[in-house]
Design a protein around this ligand. Structure first.
Ligand code: NAP
Ligand code: ZN
Ligand code: ZN
Length: 348
């Protein structure tokens, strides 16, 4: 076993503190990774504070991991020491169920080993995430990084990137399609960049008027402030696809009327509280409401390669590890441009 340094919360209400724990020695198929950067996803906040009711402690969050390979097991083929690699939201799955066989491991029917706040395949050993010095992961669940962009801007692709890329691809967003992104945060700003790179016309629906200039720079043609519902009226029956990436309580019903006939709205945001769904906006125009969860390993690699080809990274604010509490507070206020990323060299 190997001593590992991390940052953990011990309960839903406690502050982050240094935390020492053990990682396994690399097995035959394992890759050992020194973590260089880790993004702060809003899911880290939801889980650190037990807002989804499924948290276990101590918890070392972090599933937007970029690092350097320091050692590989004897049967590892894809990676060697010195390679730059990524790890996302899960580190293993059953590999035999129909979802795993279809390269959609995120929907594993037996057991998905989440990167943190989960368990390894023995369903007992707790997993600890990327707010830590190093991680050991089976090579099948490690991603290759070919991008020339700064590594801190790549880390958020491992969750925010794939979570927006996957539904955009699934619903065939591309040239001629009108897309709306609700919530210009970590996920939302990646959604704008990716949908624009796929050739769609992009509109940002935001509660923050100050983000208009950024939205346009990121690739949006239109920007609409949603606080006054009247602003949405000209967009009735307009969009083919809407991505709802809002982290907090809001009313998704008000956006359904913006879909054209047969259009689809996909929820990726996971607010703490449920909402009441109105039937009329859905039955009119045969609209669809769907959800989407991150993406499989194959599609995550495809997304990373797409981003490398199109020079797409995340817009980031890099912070030392002791600034996590401030970063959490600012993220909750929607005051992040557009992802906080921890520089792991500041972990002592
Ligand atoms: P984030 O960076 O905090 O962004 C959320 C954005 O939502 C904010 O920037 C803000 O944008 C908007 N917003 C915040 N509070 C709001 C409110 N009360 N009403 C309306 N809009 C509000 O969060 P994130 O990391 O992108 O994550 C977004 C959500 O997706 C979280 O719930 C997270 O857990 C979830 N998530 C899901 C998956 C998945 O696989 N489905 C993966 C990762 C994350 P504006 O200022 O533009 O309004
Ligand atoms: Zn995430
Ligand atoms: Zn499976």
């Amino acid at each position: 076993m190997q001593a590992t340094q991390g940052y953990a919360v011990k309960s839903a209400t406690s502050q982050f503190e240094p935390f020492k724990f053990q990682r396994r020695n690399p097995g035959a198929h394992d890759v050992q990774i020194q973590i260089l950067f880790c993004g702060i996803c809003h899911s880290d906040i939801h889980q650190a504070r037990n807002e989804w009711g499924n948290s276990t402690y101590p918890m070392v969050p972090g599933h937007e991991i970029v690092g350097k390979v320091t050692a590989v097991g004897k049967d590892v083929k894809k990676f060697k020491a010195g390679d730059v690699v990524g790890v996302g939201c899960f580190v293993d799955s059953c590999r035999t169920c129909s979802s795993c066989k279809d390269h959609e491991e995120q929907f594993c029917e037996k057991h998905l080993a989440l990167t943190y706040n989960g368990t390894e395949m023995d369903e007992k050993t707790p997993t600890f995430g990327g707010y830590s010095s190093q991680i050991v992961v089976d090579e099948k669940y490690v991603l290759s990084i070919a991008s020339k962009l700064p590594l801190e801007s790549i880390a958020p692709l491992l969750c925010a990137g794939i979570t927006t890329y996957s539904p955009l691809r699934h619903y065939e967003v591309g040239p001629g399609k009108k897309v709306a992104i609700i919530g210009l945060g970590g996920l939302g700003h990646m959604g704008v960049k990716l949908a624009a790179a796929m050739g769609a016309e992009v509109t940002v629906l935001s509660t923050s008027p100050a983000k208009e200039k950024d939205a346009k720079r990121l690739g949006a043609q239109k920007f609409v402030v949603t606080k006054d519902r009247k602003n949405l009226e000209p967009l009735a029956n307009y969009f083919d696809f809407i991505l709802d990436a809002v982290s907090a309580e809001h009313d998704p019903n008000m956006y359904l009327n913006l879909l054209k006939r047969g259009g689809v709205m996909v929820l990726v945001g996971v607010p703490e509280k449920p909402f009441a769904l109105q039937a009329f906006p859905l039955i009119s125009n045969r609209r669809r409401l769907a959800g989407s969860l991150i993406g499989g390993i194959k599609e995550t690699q495809e997304m990373l390669d797409f981003c490398a080809k199109h020079n797409i990274g995340s817009d980031v604010e890099v912070i030392p590890i002791n600034k996590i509490p401030e970063a959490y507070e600012r993220t909750i206020k929607g005051d992040v441009r557009y992802r906080f990323v921890i520089d792991m060299s500041t972990l002592k």
